[in-house]
Structure formats: C-alpha cells, structure tokens
Write a protein that binds this ligand. Structure first.
Ligand SMILES: [Zn+2]
Length: 221
C-alpha cells in the first residue's frame, strides 16, 4: 500500500504517518529521515546532500527523487510506504509519478488532512516545550495542558516557547503551503487519488476515519 499524506503545517501529519506506517507494516518516509539515512550511507550523493543542507540551500527536486528512488528499492518497502513531506509541489508530484511508473508501482491513496488556518494558529501559539525533557504541551488543549502553568508534569522544569512556534514564522510556512502545496492537492484531486479527511479532531479519530476510507474503498473494488 502506497500512501501520500498532505496537510498544512502543524496539522499533525507526522503523527498520523507514524501510526499508519506501524498499523499497515509500511515504511514511513519523511524528507528528514530520508536525508539523514542517506548522509549516513556516506557515498557521493550523501556527501553532496550534507553539503547542500549545511549551506542552508534547498535540495533540488532531482536530488530528492534520486534519493527516494533508491530508498524505495530497499527490501522493507515491499509492502509499501507512506510519504510525509514529499511531494510538496506539483512538479514534485509529477516527478514522483514518473518514478513510481518506472518502478511499476502506483499510489493507492493521497490523504489530505484539512484543518482551518485559525485552528492551526491557535495550536502553534499554545505549544510549549519542556526546557529539559522536551515534552510538548498545549495550553489551549485540555488533554495536553500541563497540570501546573509553565511547569513540566514529568520533570518539573520550566516550559518554553520554541523559536519556530510564533505566528509570523507560522504564517510564512502557511503561505508557502498555500502557493505551492494547494495546487498539488488539486492535482491529486483531478487524478482521483485524493481523500479529504477532517483533521480538526483528535489523533485517534483521524486515524479511524483514514482506515474507514480504506475499508470502504476495498469493498467498492
Ligand atoms: Zn520535562
């Protein structure tokens, strides 16, 4: 089973990807872990990638594709994969399509977790991290609020706001998503691969809906 997950930033895409990968015995591939693994391999491409990342430049689509192509050929991808963070643009979506065609594979599902911008902004602005153990809290969410304001439940250290968790930096990421990824969502919709999921719910409910879409789809086959 081959899946792509799309969502605006801070919508909980990575969390869902991990859960689904485990549930279906498929490989979770995020650009982050894809790059880290490749750098560890230490070959030419790995060195090139390390240099690009160290210089803060964007990794070109062709390079990402090359790395992804060899990752998908590994044994553990036989059952399938779930892509998280790639593709992000229509161009990347088309390149991925070509790659899958060449490998005799196809995408089964593209899940789009839809969450309103206002909800996401609130999530981001309510996020607090323990300065010591790294545990994440959300002051606006009753189920992930710390027991005592500003203090970690576990290690009693001070909670801090991460530099990235502010509205300006979030807006930048969100605008990039709007201009680059929303057209990709339309692209998958036009290719009849897109399944829209209401992402404004708790983690378990989202997983359940994704699984029920898959079951419904199986019955219709
Ligand atoms: Zn802590």
């Amino acid at each position: 089973m081959n899946i792509v997950l799309l969502a605006p930033p801070a919508a909980g895409k990575g969390t869902q990807a991990l859960i689904l990968a485990k549930k279906f015995g498929i490989v979770h591939i995020s650009t982050g872990n894809l790059f880290r693994e490749r750098i560890k391999v230490g070959d030419d491409l790995g060195h090139r990638l390390a240099n690009i990342l160290a210089s803060g430049l964007l990794v070109e689509d062709e390079i990402v594709l090359q790395i992804l192509a060899s990752r998908l050929e590994k044994e553990d991808c036989q059952n399938g994969f779930i892509l998280d963070g790639f593709p992000r643009t229509v161009n990347q979506g088309e390149l991925l399509q070509e790659l899958l065609n060449a490998q005799n594979r196809k995408l089964d599902y593209v899940f789009y977790l839809n969450v309103e911008k206002e909800t996401l902004e609130k999530r981001v602005s309510g996020r607090r991290m323990c300065s010591k153990c790294g545990k994440i809290y959300n002051i606006y969410n009753p189920s992930s609020k710390p027991e005592k304001d500003g203090i970690c439940d576990i290690c009693k250290s001070e909670l801090v706001i991460r530099p990235d968790d502010n509205i300006e930096s979030y807006s930048k990421r969100y605008n990039e998503y709007q201009t680059k990824t929303v057209p990709l969502i339309n692209y998958y919709h036009n290719n009849n691969l897109l399944y829209e999921i209401d992402g404004d719910r708790n983690v378990d409910e989202i997983t359940e809906e994704i699984i029920s879409v898959m079951k419904r789809d199986e019955l219709n086959d």
